[in-house]
Design a protein around this ligand. Structure first.
Ligand SMILES: [Zn+2]
Length: 328
């Protein structure tokens, strides 16, 4: 059996000691909720407890808090976000919780990307949900002020039209990081790593609002931990490789020749962000040689067997692209 949090092997169902500590302050929280998914629950539970449920896109999210060692739905003081299987016309939506959970675990465990603790939790009817601890809530319940990059760029539907979330390039988000974040050298490397991760793991929906900055207790602006990472190819096979273009107004010779981004584009992108070339090369290099560890986590994940195959093939395809060096 595997831990429903970190996916490491354990000899019981549920969460390992480390995940209980990271997720639930060490309290013994069950990996099955004592109520059904919102689609199967007959009572008014969801209506009563979640007056202010937030809906973004097709994804319904619920807010939860820890009450002793039990997770309960709440409309205030939420410490966790619960995402059941979404509804909509995309493919394989029953795999969405496992997909997001796996992708977040890969980012955190293998690619040095800061992510909040996350896990799979099941409803009583056995349907899975993705559970993630909120990184914007302090232990006293107050919140870290934060803004996403659409807010920072002051881009709204009114100013930039309906497509405003997709209206900037990653290069321009990088410029905003330089302009608004004092320790931008560190944050730009974090940003670069995350954009590369999104490309390799086919997260085609990393739009402007999926990057945010927050104010720490020390008064520094930093990028928030990463969120909403998943391999969108599984749900939308024809989707573009990336939600935004790397560069503001140009494509490289390599891109024109191949029709997709390769090593040269990311090398150039890193340099455009102002990261030293040796550092860019090193960060890209860190994505190599991880195939066995990635496959192991994919195999341990909650994805169905056929989807595991697609997940592996999809990232391997991107790794092949990253091995292409047009200018050599
Ligand atoms: Zn664990």
């Amino acid at each position: 059996m595997n831990c429903s949090g970190c996916l490491k092997q354990v000899d019981y169902a549920g969460y390992c000691r480390k995940c209980l500590k990271d997720l639930f302050e060490g309290k013994k929280v069950e990996h099955v909720l004592p109520f059904n998914s919102p689609y199967k629950e007959d009572s008014d539970l969801y209506q009563e407890r979640t007056k202010k449920l937030s809906i973004s896109g097709v994804q319904v999210k619920y807010s939860m808090r820890l009450d002793d060692n039990k997770l309960v739905l709440t409309d205030k003081g939420g410490q966790y976000i619960l995402k059941p299987i979404p509804v909509g016309q995309f493919r394989n939506l029953d795999q969405a919780p496992a997909n997001e959970h796996l992708t977040m675990q890969l980012a955190g465990q293998l690619f040095k990307i800061t992510v909040p603790p996350s896990a799979i939790i099941h409803f009583s009817d056995n349907s899975p949900a993705y559970l993630v601890k909120r990184f914007d809530v302090k232990s006293d319940g107050s919140k870290y002020p934060q803004e996403d990059f659409a807010q920072i760029a002051q881009a709204t539907e009114e100013t930039h039209g309906k497509n405003y979330k997709y209206d900037l390039s990653y290069e321009e988000i990088g410029l905003l990081i330089k302009r608004h974040i004092a320790t931008s050298a560190i944050e730009l490397e974090k940003f670069f790593r995350l954009v590369l991760f999104n490309y390799i793991f086919s997260n085609g929906d990393a739009h402007v609002k999926n990057f945010s900055a927050m104010l720490t207790d020390e008064g520094d602006h930093v990028l928030t931990p990463a969120y909403d990472l998943l391999c969108t190819r599984i749900h939308s096979p024809r989707e573009a490789d990336m939600a935004l273009t790397l560069f503001k107004d140009r494509f490289s010779e390599s891109f024109d020749a191949h029709g997709f981004y390769t090593y040269d584009d990311f090398l150039e992108f890193g340099k455009v962000l102002g990261i030293k070339e040796t550092r860019v090369v090193k960060i890209i290099e860190e994505f190599n040689g991880k195939e066995a560890s990635i496959d192991k986590l994919v195999d341990a994940s909650f994805l169905g067997d056929d989807i595991k195959v697609i997940y592996k093939n999809t990232y391997k395809d991107k790794m092949t692209r990253m091995s292409i060096r047009y200018n050599k």
